[in-house]
Design a protein around this ligand. Sequence first.
Ligand code: 3HC
Length: 414
Amino acid sequence: MKFERATVIGAGAMGSGIAQVLSQAGIEVVLKDVKDEFVERGLKNIKRMYDSRVKKGTMTQEDADRLFSKVRGTTSYDELGEPDIVIEAALEEIDVKLEIFKTLDMICPAHTLLASNTSALSISEIAAATKRPEKVLGMHFFNPAQVMKLVEVIPGVKTSEETIKHAMALTKDVMKKTPVRVKECPGFLVNRLLFPYMNEALWALQEGATPQEIDDMMVQFGMPMGPLALFDMTGLDVCAHVNKFLYNEYGPRFESSPLLDKLVAAGCLGQKSGSGFYLHEQGAVPQKGEAKKTNPKLEEIIKELNADGKVRKSSKKVDAHRIILPMFNEAMYALQEEVVTPADVDTGMEFGCGMKGGLLKIAQEKGLEWCLTEINAHHKELGERFRPSWYLKKLVRAKVENFSELEPKQMAVR
Ligand code: 3HC
Protein backbone atom coordinates (compact mmCIF):
# COMPACT_ATOMS: atom_id res chain seq x y z
CA MET A 1 0.00 0.00 0.00
CA LYS A 2 1.25 3.49 -0.85
CA PHE A 3 0.99 6.25 1.72
CA GLU A 4 0.83 9.60 -0.07
CA ARG A 5 -1.77 11.49 1.95
CA ALA A 6 -2.46 11.41 5.68
CA THR A 7 -4.67 13.20 8.16
CA VAL A 8 -3.79 13.80 11.79
CA ILE A 9 -6.69 14.57 14.12
CA GLY A 10 -5.60 16.72 17.08
CA ALA A 11 -2.92 19.42 16.82
CA GLY A 12 -1.54 19.11 20.36
CA ALA A 13 2.00 18.04 21.24
CA MET A 14 1.50 14.45 20.02
CA GLY A 15 -0.54 15.33 16.92
CA SER A 16 1.92 17.97 15.74
CA GLY A 17 4.88 15.63 16.36
CA ILE A 18 3.19 12.89 14.33
CA ALA A 19 2.36 15.35 11.53
CA GLN A 20 6.00 16.46 11.44
CA VAL A 21 7.20 12.85 11.14
CA LEU A 22 4.72 12.08 8.34
CA SER A 23 5.58 15.24 6.40
CA GLN A 24 9.30 14.60 6.81
CA ALA A 25 8.63 11.19 5.20
CA GLY A 26 7.27 13.06 2.15
CA ILE A 27 3.57 12.52 2.90
CA GLU A 28 0.98 15.30 2.36
CA VAL A 29 -0.60 15.90 5.76
CA VAL A 30 -3.82 17.58 6.82
CA LEU A 31 -3.72 18.57 10.50
CA LYS A 32 -7.23 18.91 11.93
CA ASP A 33 -8.40 20.30 15.23
CA VAL A 34 -11.60 21.86 16.48
CA LYS A 35 -10.45 25.49 16.78
CA ASP A 36 -8.31 27.74 14.55
CA GLU A 37 -6.08 28.67 17.49
CA PHE A 38 -5.29 24.96 18.17
CA VAL A 39 -4.45 24.38 14.51
CA GLU A 40 -2.24 27.48 14.41
CA ARG A 41 -0.41 26.42 17.57
CA GLY A 42 0.16 22.97 16.07
CA LEU A 43 1.53 24.41 12.81
CA LYS A 44 3.80 26.76 14.76
CA ASN A 45 5.08 23.80 16.72
CA ILE A 46 5.83 21.84 13.52
CA LYS A 47 7.65 24.86 12.09
CA ARG A 48 9.75 24.97 15.28
CA MET A 49 10.66 21.29 14.79
CA TYR A 50 11.82 21.96 11.23
CA ASP A 51 13.75 25.06 12.37
CA SER A 52 15.43 22.91 15.02
CA ARG A 53 16.59 20.42 12.36
CA VAL A 54 18.04 23.24 10.26
CA LYS A 55 19.74 24.70 13.35
CA LYS A 56 21.24 21.32 14.22
CA GLY A 57 22.48 20.98 10.62
CA THR A 58 20.55 17.76 9.98
CA MET A 59 18.40 19.39 7.27
CA THR A 60 18.81 22.21 4.77
CA GLN A 61 16.53 25.25 4.97
CA GLU A 62 15.27 24.38 1.48
CA ASP A 63 14.25 20.85 2.52
CA ALA A 64 12.70 22.15 5.73
CA ASP A 65 10.56 24.67 3.78
CA ARG A 66 9.57 22.07 1.19
CA LEU A 67 8.59 19.47 3.80
CA PHE A 68 6.81 21.95 6.07
CA SER A 69 4.70 23.06 3.10
CA LYS A 70 3.30 19.50 2.96
CA VAL A 71 1.32 20.21 6.15
CA ARG A 72 -2.02 21.99 5.85
CA GLY A 73 -4.22 22.92 8.81
CA THR A 74 -8.01 22.82 8.99
CA THR A 75 -10.92 22.76 11.40
CA SER A 76 -13.28 21.12 8.92
CA TYR A 77 -13.86 17.46 8.11
CA ASP A 78 -14.82 18.62 4.59
CA GLU A 79 -11.18 19.41 3.88
CA LEU A 80 -9.54 16.08 4.63
CA GLY A 81 -9.35 15.09 0.96
CA GLU A 82 -8.75 11.38 0.41
CA PRO A 83 -6.24 10.24 3.02
CA ASP A 84 -4.58 6.82 2.87
CA ILE A 85 -4.37 6.87 6.65
CA VAL A 86 -5.80 8.94 9.47
CA ILE A 87 -3.97 9.02 12.80
CA GLU A 88 -6.12 10.30 15.62
CA ALA A 89 -4.37 12.04 18.52
CA ALA A 90 -7.30 13.86 20.11
CA LEU A 91 -8.45 14.00 23.74
CA GLU A 92 -7.98 10.79 25.70
CA GLU A 93 -11.73 10.33 26.25
CA ILE A 94 -13.49 7.33 24.81
CA ASP A 95 -16.69 9.21 23.82
CA VAL A 96 -14.65 11.83 21.93
CA LYS A 97 -12.75 9.11 20.09
CA LEU A 98 -15.88 7.09 19.25
CA GLU A 99 -17.49 10.17 17.69
CA ILE A 100 -14.35 10.96 15.66
CA PHE A 101 -14.05 7.41 14.31
CA LYS A 102 -17.75 7.28 13.44
CA THR A 103 -17.35 10.49 11.43
CA LEU A 104 -14.08 9.39 9.80
CA ASP A 105 -15.67 6.11 8.74
CA MET A 106 -18.46 8.02 6.99
CA ILE A 107 -16.28 10.51 5.13
CA CYS A 108 -13.06 8.64 4.32
CA PRO A 109 -12.58 6.49 1.19
CA ALA A 110 -12.98 2.74 1.65
CA HIS A 111 -9.24 2.07 1.50
CA THR A 112 -8.33 4.52 4.33
CA LEU A 113 -6.73 3.00 7.42
CA LEU A 114 -7.94 4.55 10.67
CA ALA A 115 -5.40 4.56 13.50
CA SER A 116 -5.68 5.85 17.04
CA ASN A 117 -2.72 7.14 19.03
CA THR A 118 -4.60 6.40 22.25
CA SER A 119 -2.31 5.85 25.26
CA ALA A 120 -4.36 3.08 26.73
CA LEU A 121 -8.00 2.92 25.56
CA SER A 122 -9.48 -0.10 23.78
CA ILE A 123 -8.73 -0.28 20.06
CA SER A 124 -11.48 -2.88 19.63
CA GLU A 125 -14.04 -0.53 21.17
CA ILE A 126 -12.92 2.32 18.91
CA ALA A 127 -13.03 0.01 15.87
CA ALA A 128 -16.57 -1.06 16.75
CA ALA A 129 -17.73 2.54 16.16
CA THR A 130 -16.97 2.03 12.45
CA LYS A 131 -18.15 -0.26 9.68
CA ARG A 132 -14.52 -1.11 8.84
CA PRO A 133 -13.07 -2.62 12.04
CA GLU A 134 -10.62 -4.61 9.92
CA LYS A 135 -8.99 -1.31 8.91
CA VAL A 136 -8.83 0.19 12.42
CA LEU A 137 -5.77 -0.19 14.65
CA GLY A 138 -3.68 1.46 17.34
CA MET A 139 -0.51 3.30 16.39
CA HIS A 140 0.92 4.58 19.64
CA PHE A 141 3.72 7.16 19.43
CA PHE A 142 5.85 8.44 22.32
CA ASN A 143 6.48 11.97 23.47
CA PRO A 144 8.29 13.83 21.90
CA ALA A 145 6.83 12.04 18.86
CA GLN A 146 9.25 13.69 16.41
CA VAL A 147 12.15 12.17 18.38
CA MET A 148 11.16 8.87 19.99
CA LYS A 149 11.63 5.95 17.60
CA LEU A 150 9.00 3.53 18.86
CA VAL A 151 5.51 3.05 17.49
CA GLU A 152 3.40 0.37 19.16
CA VAL A 153 1.22 -1.24 16.49
CA ILE A 154 -1.88 -2.68 18.12
CA PRO A 155 -4.48 -4.84 16.39
CA GLY A 156 -8.02 -4.81 17.74
CA VAL A 157 -10.05 -8.02 17.80
CA LYS A 158 -11.18 -7.55 14.18
CA THR A 159 -8.13 -5.80 12.67
CA SER A 160 -6.91 -7.64 9.56
CA GLU A 161 -3.37 -8.96 9.18
CA GLU A 162 -3.09 -6.84 6.04
CA THR A 163 -3.79 -3.64 7.99
CA ILE A 164 -1.11 -4.54 10.52
CA LYS A 165 1.35 -5.36 7.74
CA HIS A 166 0.75 -1.95 6.10
CA ALA A 167 1.08 -0.09 9.42
CA MET A 168 4.32 -1.91 10.24
CA ALA A 169 5.70 -1.04 6.78
CA LEU A 170 4.61 2.62 7.08
CA THR A 171 6.34 2.86 10.46
CA LYS A 172 9.56 1.11 9.47
CA ASP A 173 10.10 1.90 5.81
CA VAL A 174 8.41 5.30 5.42
CA MET A 175 8.64 7.00 8.84
CA LYS A 176 11.94 5.23 9.67
CA LYS A 177 10.75 4.37 13.15
CA THR A 178 10.75 1.08 15.06
CA PRO A 179 7.40 -0.74 15.14
CA VAL A 180 6.61 -3.27 17.84
CA ARG A 181 3.47 -5.33 17.54
CA VAL A 182 1.61 -5.37 20.86
CA LYS A 183 -1.44 -7.39 21.84
CA GLU A 184 -4.32 -5.16 22.88
CA CYS A 185 -4.35 -4.73 26.65
CA PRO A 186 -4.79 -1.66 28.87
CA GLY A 187 -1.72 0.59 28.48
CA PHE A 188 -0.33 -1.72 25.74
CA LEU A 189 3.35 -2.35 26.53
CA VAL A 190 5.32 0.81 27.32
CA ASN A 191 2.73 2.76 29.34
CA ARG A 192 1.78 -0.41 31.17
CA LEU A 193 5.43 -0.73 32.27
CA LEU A 194 6.17 2.97 32.74
CA PHE A 195 3.28 3.81 35.06
CA PRO A 196 4.09 1.40 37.94
CA TYR A 197 7.66 2.81 37.79
CA MET A 198 6.49 6.44 37.75
CA ASN A 199 4.01 5.69 40.54
CA GLU A 200 6.74 4.18 42.69
CA ALA A 201 8.69 7.43 42.33
CA LEU A 202 5.65 9.25 43.77
CA TRP A 203 5.48 6.92 46.77
CA ALA A 204 9.22 7.40 47.34
CA LEU A 205 8.65 11.17 47.32
CA GLN A 206 5.94 10.75 49.91
CA GLU A 207 8.40 8.77 52.03
CA GLY A 208 10.82 11.70 52.06
CA ALA A 209 13.13 11.48 49.00
CA THR A 210 13.42 14.71 46.96
CA PRO A 211 12.47 14.93 43.25
CA GLN A 212 16.07 15.67 42.33
CA GLU A 213 17.37 12.67 44.32
CA ILE A 214 14.93 10.32 42.61
CA ASP A 215 15.51 11.72 39.13
CA ASP A 216 19.31 11.71 39.47
CA MET A 217 19.22 8.14 40.75
CA MET A 218 17.19 6.95 37.76
CA VAL A 219 19.31 8.85 35.23
CA GLN A 220 22.37 7.17 36.73
CA PHE A 221 20.54 3.87 36.39
CA GLY A 222 20.18 4.42 32.63
CA MET A 223 17.00 6.43 32.00
CA PRO A 224 17.39 9.52 29.78
CA MET A 225 15.38 11.60 32.24
CA GLY A 226 14.04 10.91 35.72
CA PRO A 227 10.43 9.80 36.34
CA LEU A 228 9.41 13.14 37.88
CA ALA A 229 10.83 15.16 34.99
CA LEU A 230 8.94 12.73 32.75
CA PHE A 231 5.67 13.45 34.62
CA ASP A 232 6.31 17.16 34.02
CA MET A 233 7.00 16.63 30.33
CA THR A 234 4.02 14.31 29.72
CA GLY A 235 1.58 16.39 31.79
CA LEU A 236 0.44 15.45 35.29
CA ASP A 237 -3.21 15.61 34.22
CA VAL A 238 -2.58 13.22 31.32
CA CYS A 239 -0.69 10.85 33.64
CA ALA A 240 -3.41 11.00 36.31
CA HIS A 241 -5.97 10.12 33.65
CA VAL A 242 -3.98 7.15 32.29
CA ASN A 243 -3.25 6.02 35.84
CA LYS A 244 -6.93 5.94 36.80
CA PHE A 245 -7.72 3.93 33.72
CA LEU A 246 -4.93 1.42 34.43
CA TYR A 247 -5.94 1.15 38.10
CA ASN A 248 -9.53 0.41 37.10
CA GLU A 249 -8.36 -2.26 34.66
CA TYR A 250 -5.58 -3.95 36.65
CA GLY A 251 -6.29 -3.06 40.28
CA PRO A 252 -3.92 -2.31 43.18
CA ARG A 253 -0.65 -2.94 41.29
CA PHE A 254 -1.36 0.44 39.73
CA GLU A 255 -2.23 2.32 42.92
CA SER A 256 -0.92 5.84 42.59
CA SER A 257 -0.05 8.20 45.43
CA PRO A 258 -2.80 10.80 46.04
CA LEU A 259 -0.01 13.32 45.51
CA LEU A 260 -0.65 13.28 41.77
CA ASP A 261 -4.31 14.27 42.04
CA LYS A 262 -3.48 16.93 44.63
CA LEU A 263 -0.92 18.54 42.32
CA VAL A 264 -3.36 18.42 39.39
CA ALA A 265 -6.07 20.01 41.57
CA ALA A 266 -3.58 22.77 42.49
CA GLY A 267 -3.10 23.49 38.76
CA CYS A 268 0.42 22.03 38.67
CA LEU A 269 0.24 20.16 35.36
CA GLY A 270 3.95 20.12 34.46
CA GLN A 271 5.87 22.04 31.78
CA LYS A 272 2.68 23.26 30.08
CA SER A 273 1.34 25.06 33.18
CA GLY A 274 4.71 26.32 34.47
CA SER A 275 4.92 23.95 37.45
CA GLY A 276 4.69 20.28 38.26
CA PHE A 277 7.28 18.58 40.42
CA TYR A 278 9.62 21.35 39.24
CA LEU A 279 9.12 24.96 38.25
CA HIS A 280 9.27 25.74 34.52
CA GLU A 281 8.99 28.58 32.12
CA GLN A 282 5.41 27.90 31.04
CA GLY A 283 5.21 25.88 27.81
CA ALA A 284 8.98 26.01 27.21
CA VAL A 285 11.24 22.99 26.75
CA PRO A 286 13.76 22.89 29.64
CA GLN A 287 17.31 23.60 28.51
CA LYS A 288 19.86 20.79 28.67
CA GLY A 289 21.77 20.87 31.98
CA GLU A 290 19.45 23.59 33.37
CA ALA A 291 19.32 23.56 37.21
CA LYS A 292 15.93 22.36 38.37
CA LYS A 293 13.92 24.13 41.05
CA THR A 294 11.51 21.99 43.03
CA ASN A 295 7.94 23.28 43.14
CA PRO A 296 7.51 24.68 46.70
CA LYS A 297 3.86 23.51 46.73
CA LEU A 298 5.12 19.92 46.73
CA GLU A 299 6.44 20.02 50.29
CA GLU A 300 3.16 21.52 51.57
CA ILE A 301 1.07 18.87 49.81
CA ILE A 302 3.26 16.00 51.05
CA LYS A 303 3.08 17.32 54.62
CA GLU A 304 -0.69 17.50 54.40
CA LEU A 305 -0.91 13.99 52.94
CA ASN A 306 1.37 12.48 55.56
CA ALA A 307 -0.37 14.18 58.50
CA ASP A 308 -2.41 11.06 59.29
CA GLY A 309 0.78 8.93 59.44
CA LYS A 310 -0.84 6.21 57.32
CA VAL A 311 1.60 6.03 54.41
CA ARG A 312 3.46 2.70 54.37
CA LYS A 313 7.19 3.19 54.53
CA SER A 314 10.03 0.96 53.52
CA SER A 315 12.58 0.07 56.19
CA LYS A 316 15.31 0.70 53.59
CA LYS A 317 16.40 4.00 52.05
CA VAL A 318 14.90 4.21 48.57
CA ASP A 319 17.22 3.05 45.79
CA ALA A 320 16.94 2.75 42.00
CA HIS A 321 16.00 -0.93 42.17
CA ARG A 322 12.94 -0.23 44.29
CA ILE A 323 11.73 2.24 41.61
CA ILE A 324 12.52 0.00 38.64
CA LEU A 325 11.27 -3.34 40.03
CA PRO A 326 7.55 -2.53 39.56
CA MET A 327 8.39 -1.93 35.86
CA PHE A 328 10.13 -5.31 35.63
CA ASN A 329 7.35 -7.08 37.54
CA GLU A 330 4.77 -5.58 35.15
CA ALA A 331 6.89 -6.76 32.20
CA MET A 332 6.57 -10.25 33.67
CA TYR A 333 2.79 -9.87 33.84
CA ALA A 334 2.81 -8.70 30.19
CA LEU A 335 4.90 -11.74 29.18
CA GLN A 336 2.59 -13.95 31.24
CA GLU A 337 -0.25 -12.66 29.05
CA GLU A 338 1.85 -12.98 25.86
CA VAL A 339 1.35 -9.31 25.08
CA VAL A 340 4.77 -9.13 23.42
CA THR A 341 7.85 -11.31 23.05
CA PRO A 342 10.73 -10.90 25.56
CA ALA A 343 12.93 -9.29 22.87
CA ASP A 344 10.22 -6.70 22.21
CA VAL A 345 10.13 -5.68 25.88
CA ASP A 346 13.69 -4.38 25.62
CA THR A 347 13.10 -2.85 22.18
CA GLY A 348 9.96 -1.13 23.45
CA MET A 349 11.62 0.34 26.52
CA GLU A 350 14.69 1.43 24.60
CA PHE A 351 12.90 3.15 21.73
CA GLY A 352 9.74 4.22 23.62
CA CYS A 353 11.38 5.79 26.65
CA GLY A 354 15.11 5.75 25.96
CA MET A 355 16.00 3.16 28.60
CA LYS A 356 19.57 2.00 28.21
CA GLY A 357 20.79 -1.53 28.83
CA GLY A 358 17.50 -3.38 28.24
CA LEU A 359 15.02 -3.96 31.08
CA LEU A 360 15.13 -7.75 30.83
CA LYS A 361 18.89 -7.78 30.24
CA ILE A 362 19.44 -5.78 33.42
CA ALA A 363 17.15 -8.15 35.33
CA GLN A 364 19.06 -11.15 33.97
CA GLU A 365 22.33 -9.62 35.08
CA LYS A 366 20.99 -9.15 38.63
CA GLY A 367 19.46 -12.64 38.46
CA LEU A 368 15.75 -13.45 38.22
CA GLU A 369 15.84 -15.05 41.66
CA TRP A 370 17.32 -11.86 43.16
CA CYS A 371 14.56 -9.81 41.47
CA LEU A 372 11.86 -12.08 42.88
CA THR A 373 13.34 -11.97 46.38
CA GLU A 374 13.43 -8.16 46.28
CA ILE A 375 9.90 -7.93 44.90
CA ASN A 376 8.67 -10.28 47.64
CA ALA A 377 10.38 -8.19 50.32
CA HIS A 378 8.79 -4.98 49.01
CA HIS A 379 5.44 -6.78 48.71
CA LYS A 380 5.60 -7.62 52.40
CA GLU A 381 6.42 -4.06 53.43
CA LEU A 382 4.69 -1.90 50.83
CA GLY A 383 1.74 -4.05 49.76
CA GLU A 384 -0.02 -4.91 46.53
CA ARG A 385 1.99 -2.66 44.22
CA PHE A 386 4.64 -5.36 44.42
CA ARG A 387 2.56 -8.53 44.09
CA PRO A 388 4.91 -10.73 42.03
CA SER A 389 3.75 -12.19 38.74
CA TRP A 390 3.34 -15.97 38.77
CA TYR A 391 5.27 -16.10 35.52
CA LEU A 392 8.36 -14.70 37.26
CA LYS A 393 7.92 -17.31 40.00
CA LYS A 394 7.58 -20.01 37.37
CA LEU A 395 10.79 -18.94 35.60
CA VAL A 396 12.68 -18.85 38.90
CA ARG A 397 11.38 -22.30 39.82
CA ALA A 398 12.41 -23.57 36.38
CA LYS A 399 15.87 -22.04 36.94
CA VAL A 400 15.60 -19.98 33.76
CA GLU A 401 18.42 -17.45 33.79
CA ASN A 402 18.20 -15.98 30.35
CA PHE A 403 15.13 -14.87 28.40
CA SER A 404 16.74 -16.07 25.18
CA GLU A 405 16.09 -19.60 26.50
CA LEU A 406 12.41 -18.81 25.87
CA GLU A 407 12.99 -17.59 22.31
CA PRO A 408 12.44 -18.22 19.44
CA LYS A 409 9.08 -19.52 20.59
CA GLN A 410 7.05 -16.93 18.72
CA MET A 411 4.09 -15.98 20.83
CA ALA A 412 0.77 -15.26 19.22
CA VAL A 413 0.60 -11.52 19.76
CA ARG A 414 -3.04 -10.82 19.21
N1 3HC B 1 9.74 18.36 26.65
C1 3HC B 1 9.42 18.34 25.34
N2 3HC B 1 10.32 18.15 24.36
C2 3HC B 1 11.60 17.96 24.75
C3 3HC B 1 11.99 17.95 26.10
C4 3HC B 1 11.01 18.17 27.08
N3 3HC B 1 11.29 18.19 28.37
N4 3HC B 1 13.33 17.76 26.17
C5 3HC B 1 13.75 17.65 24.91
N5 3HC B 1 12.71 17.76 24.06
C6 3HC B 1 12.75 17.74 22.61
C7 3HC B 1 13.53 18.92 22.07
O1 3HC B 1 12.70 20.04 21.86
C8 3HC B 1 14.04 18.34 20.78
O2 3HC B 1 13.02 18.38 19.80
P1 3HC B 1 13.38 18.77 18.29
O3 3HC B 1 14.35 17.70 17.82
O4 3HC B 1 12.10 18.74 17.55
O5 3HC B 1 14.00 20.12 18.39
C9 3HC B 1 14.27 16.88 21.08
O6 3HC B 1 13.47 16.57 22.24
C10 3HC B 1 15.69 16.52 21.35
O7 3HC B 1 16.17 17.41 22.31
P2 3HC B 1 17.64 17.30 22.88
O8 3HC B 1 18.60 17.25 21.78
O9 3HC B 1 17.79 18.36 23.93
O10 3HC B 1 17.60 15.81 23.41
P3 3HC B 1 18.02 15.09 24.69
O11 3HC B 1 19.18 14.31 24.32
O12 3HC B 1 18.08 15.93 25.91
O13 3HC B 1 16.75 14.10 24.86
C11 3HC B 1 14.52 13.43 25.23
C12 3HC B 1 15.50 14.60 25.17
C13 3HC B 1 14.40 12.83 23.84
C14 3HC B 1 13.17 13.95 25.69
C15 3HC B 1 15.11 12.34 26.23
O14 3HC B 1 15.30 12.93 27.49
C16 3HC B 1 14.21 11.15 26.39
O15 3HC B 1 14.25 10.20 25.62
N6 3HC B 1 13.35 11.16 27.45
C17 3HC B 1 12.41 10.09 27.71
C18 3HC B 1 11.12 10.40 27.01
C19 3HC B 1 10.06 9.37 27.26
O16 3HC B 1 10.15 8.52 28.14
N7 3HC B 1 8.98 9.42 26.46
C20 3HC B 1 7.86 8.56 26.62
C21 3HC B 1 6.85 9.21 27.50
S1 3HC B 1 5.40 8.23 27.69
C22 3HC B 1 4.45 8.61 26.36
O17 3HC B 1 4.74 9.48 25.56
C23 3HC B 1 3.25 7.81 26.18
C24 3HC B 1 1.99 8.62 26.32
O18 3HC B 1 0.94 7.77 25.90
C25 3HC B 1 1.72 9.07 27.74
